[in-house]
Write a protein that binds this ligand. Structure first.
Ligand SMILES: C[S@@+](CC[C@H](N)C(=O)[O-])C[C@H]1O[C@@H](n2cnc3c(N)ncnc32)[C@H](O)[C@@H]1O
Length: 334
């Protein structure tokens, strides 16, 4: 295939939001779910979604040109492997992630200049308050956020379980564990292990179902609260996946010091994050870092994590890479 000119390459990058928003619209209207029983015309889909047939046809035609849905000769649209991931209940579904991205991330990202000029997050400016407060007041968006986290981070869990041996622990606390998708898998793999799922009260309430469905409810304590105040006592390991990257330096120190205070003297801190590598190569975390900038957080390098651990009273003992672009930064109390 002929190489694209630089003009064309940059043009495609600039137009990236065309595809983003087209996918998000299809996700919001649940188009993929409606094609699970077989192909349908744009008119049939429009009737089911209270949209206009011609406008919906144009949306689906554009998406089909990048492999998301396919229009057959009968004018019926069908699923494709990419479109299937927009169904609500397939493993690794990206539907909630698409809905969240097109709404919260997209709208805040349009104000990135504010971050660049002031060092403040843009999310608060657009939505009137910090992300997690906003979610607490919008239950529908909070449920979409939880499902988005399962969709994007859920597939990382196997990579973590393959890379790190949790069998030596008696109790693992998942701090900011969302609706429990990681902890449920850890407990399923290690039948002797007990777990504590800790998150904001309204999130933990929604976790019950997942923990029960995984068959580990009898070994899992659900605890609601804020990790900026305190975390539950007495676990052997405190796992924080995609938590530290959400916060500024001072809040990170508060969270880590609260873990330090709560853990057993020989306990382990497990910060699970993308560690930004040196160099110019592509890495998911480099752009995710811009999304974190919108809420006042950041993705960090190894040196930045080492310094953060040190300030919080931990020694960074090892960094365990996983098959995902994610590492387990293990710490012990100094
Ligand atoms: C980026 S999500 C990560 C969720 C989960 N650890 C994962 O890897 O999928 C951040 C989590 O932190 C939780 N959170 C935010 N503020 C919190 C607070 N003050 N106390 C406890 N949890 C909090 C959110 O509710 C959310 O579940």
């Amino acid at each position: 295939m002929a190489e694209l000119s630089t003009h064309h390459q940059l043009g495609q990058m600039i137009d990236g939001y065309w595809i983003t928003q087209a996918i998000c619209a299809a996700a919001r209207f649940g188009i993929a779910d409606r094609l699970r029983d077989g192909p349908k015309t744009a008119a049939e889909l429009a009737e089911a979604t209270s949209t206009l047939p011609d406008a919906l046809h144009r949306l689906l035609r554009a998406l089909a040109s990048v492999g998301i849905f396919a229009e057959g000769e009968s004018g019926r649209f069908s699923q494709t492997p990419l479109a299937e991931l927009l169904c609500s209940d397939v493993p690794g579904s990206k539907r909630a992630y698409a809905i969240m991205t097109g709404d919260l991330q997209y709208r805040a990202l349009a104000e990135i200049d504010h971050c660049l000029r002031t060092g403040e997050g843009a999310f608060d400016r657009v939505f009137g308050k910090p992300l997690f407060e906003y979610l607490g007041e919008h239950p529908d968006k909070a449920a979409t956020f939880d499902a988005a986290m399962v969709g994007i981070h859920g597939r990382e869990t196997n990579a973590i379980l393959d890379a790190y041996d949790f069998s030596a622990f008696g109790v693992v606390a998942d701090i900011g564990g969302g609706i429990g998708s990681m902890l449920a898998e850890i407990l399923k793999k290690h039948g002797q292990l007990k777990g504590i799922l800790f998150d904001l009260p309204h999130v933990v309430e929604r976790a019950e179902e997942k923990i029960r469905a995984a068959g580990v409810r009898d070994r899992c304590t659900l605890a609601g609260g804020s990790f900026l105040d305190a975390v539950p006592d007495g676990a052997d390991a405190y796992a924080l996946r995609h938590i530290i990257h959400d916060w500024d330096e001072e809040s990170c120190l508060t969270i880590l010091r609260n873990c330090h205070r709560a853990m057993r003297p020989d306990g382990k801190l497990l910060v699970i994050e993308s560690v930004i590598p040196p160099g110019n190569g592509p890495f998911f975390g480099k752009f995710l870092d811009l999304i974190m900038m919108l809420i006042g957080g950041k993705e960090r390098t190894e040196d930045e994590y080492r310094a953060l651990f040190d300030r919080a009273g931990f020694e960074l003992t090892r960094i365990v890479p996983t098959a995902a672009e994610l590492s387990i930064l293990e710490g012990t109390r100094k």
